[in-house]
Design a protein around this ligand. Structure first.
Ligand SMILES: Cc1ncc(COP(=O)(O)O)c(C=O)c1O
Length: 425
């Protein structure tokens, strides 16, 4: 999926990128570590580590106190909110911080579910991570009907005809992922949001898997809610939720009395992870610097948002090339089967996250043997359990998942393929 912007964007400076991430230099048992586990959590640039420790050394305090470190803590949180507003393209008061995407989604499903009555419907998909499934399914206990849009098993895309069939005036909310963390499919969420709006349903978008691979624009999507996790895009272990101002104001949160009624504070309960919030600004700044480096006009375009878009254009070009090589190489391994889109002309519909099985080898065996050789991959269902059950691979260990990130190199992909050939021969 080379981007249109690539015509004006310089290629990613992979040496500079890798120099930003100290963990990439790790050697395990004499073998260089190759991080292909990004979908489970990416590595972090040095500046994120520095921001976290700087916060703890200089600013460590609770919020809203009448003294220096507390005031600085308030400023650190405001900066991170502004950074995430640029990242998501929304207002800073529409950014809610939380422990992780799952906790935020349970909180939101409880609050949104307050408005639903018996017989109201929520539409989910077979492709989604369980964190965008079970929190909504829990509403069954108050009589909400859960419907599930099926997938096309041949390429692991959402069956849009089925989705349309299951949408009706009874549908009050559609929850769908921007991209699948198991098989990499990028879903047509723009189209789904439009369909949902036509029947008056809210939309709740899980952007956790997509965030390291492409730019997110909640304004152009026009979704009601969107969630992501900063530890999947080079930041600390935290979750972030975007909610349209009108919903954050209109819905009634379960909260303690000390929380004000002002947004977003009324959605953030207890003391947040301030040091990680400091790291969030640094991770957005890392991406913005990458954007300024690949496109000098992004620098003069003066906004952090423009720099982020330039960064993602370069990331997408680089990941496309790696994905092309990896999928082609995997297909040549005897007995291999890739789940998801494999046609290069359709790579714009997928992330570089590859689910594969190889006949005669369990995913755990492959992941363990790769791990011994320094390649860090995942095996199993990664909580996309509806999908692995539906494709009937759950009982045999799910998939081997190879997750590319922009800090991976062609040379790493070549070495991974050589290792796989050696393991399966
Ligand atoms: C697509 C997707 N959604 C949701 C989650 C859950 O995110 P968190 O760990 O922040 O709760 C994950 C985590 O792997 C994921 O990949």
């Amino acid at each position: 999926m080379p981007s249109i912007e690539s015509e004006v964007t310089k290629a990613l400076d992979i040496a500079w990128v890798r120099s930003q991430f100290p963990s990439l230099a790790q050697v395990n048992d004499g073998r260089p570590a190759v991080f292909l586990d990004g979908p489970g959590g990416t590595q972090v640039p040095q500046r994120v580590i520095d921001a976290i420790s700087e916060y703890l050394v200089r600013n460590n305090a609770n919020t809203c106190g009448a003294y220096a470190t507390s005031r600085r803590t308030d400023a650190v949180i405001a900066e991170a909110r502004a950074a995430m507003a640029d990242f998501l393209h929304c207002g800073a008061d529409e950014v809610v911080f939380g422990a992780n995407m799952t906790a935020l989604t349970f909180a939101m499903s409880r609050a949104i579910g307050r408005e639903f009555k018996q017989g109201d419907e929520v539409l989910l998909t077979r492709l989604d991570h369980d964190a965008n499934f079970s929190p909504w399914k829990a509403l069954e206990e108050k009589g909400v009907v859960i419907r599930v849009a099926e997938i096309n098993p041949s390429d692991c895309t959402i069956d849009m005809k089925d989705l349309v069939r299951k949408l009706s005036a009874r549908t009050k909310l559609v929850a769908v992922g921007l991209a699948s963390n198991a098989v990499g499919t990028i879903n047509p969420v723009g189209e789904i949001i439009e369909l949902a709006r036509k029947v008056g349903a809210l939309t709740y978008i899980d952007a956790v898997h997509y965030a390291p691979h492409g730019p997110i624009d909640v304004q152009s999507l026009d979704c009601d809610f969107l969630v992501c996790s900063t530890y999947k895009f080079f930041g600390p272990h935290m979750g972030v939720l975007f909610g349209k101002r009108e919903h954050l104001k209109g819905l009634q949160p379960y909260k303690v009395r000390a929380n004000t009624n002002a947004i977003p504070n009324c959605w953030e309960w207890g003391t947040l992870n301030h040091e990680c919030i400091a790291g969030i600004t640094a991770c957005v700044e890392y991406l913005a610097e990458l954007g300024r480096k690949v496109n000098s006009s992004a620098d003069s375009a003066d906004t952090r948002r423009a720099a982020l878009l330039a960064a993602y254009a370069a990331i997408q070009d680089h990941e496309y090339e790696l994905m092309l090589k990896l999928i082609d190489g995997l297909q040549q391994i005897p007995g291999s089967k890739i789940y998801g889109i494999t046609d290069p002309t359709r790579f714009a519909e997928r992330c570089p996250t590859i689910a594969v099985r190889i006949a005669g080898h369990t995913p755990l065996e492959l992941a363990s043997k790769l791990g011994d050789r320094g390649f860090f991959t995942w095996d199993g269902n990664y909580y996309a359990i509806n999908l692995t059950e539906y494709l009937d691979v759950e009982k045999d260990g799910g998939f081997l998942r190879i997750g590319l990130a922009h800090y991976n190199t062609h040379e790493e992909v070549d070495r991974l393929l050589a290792a796989m050939r050696e393991i399966v021969q």
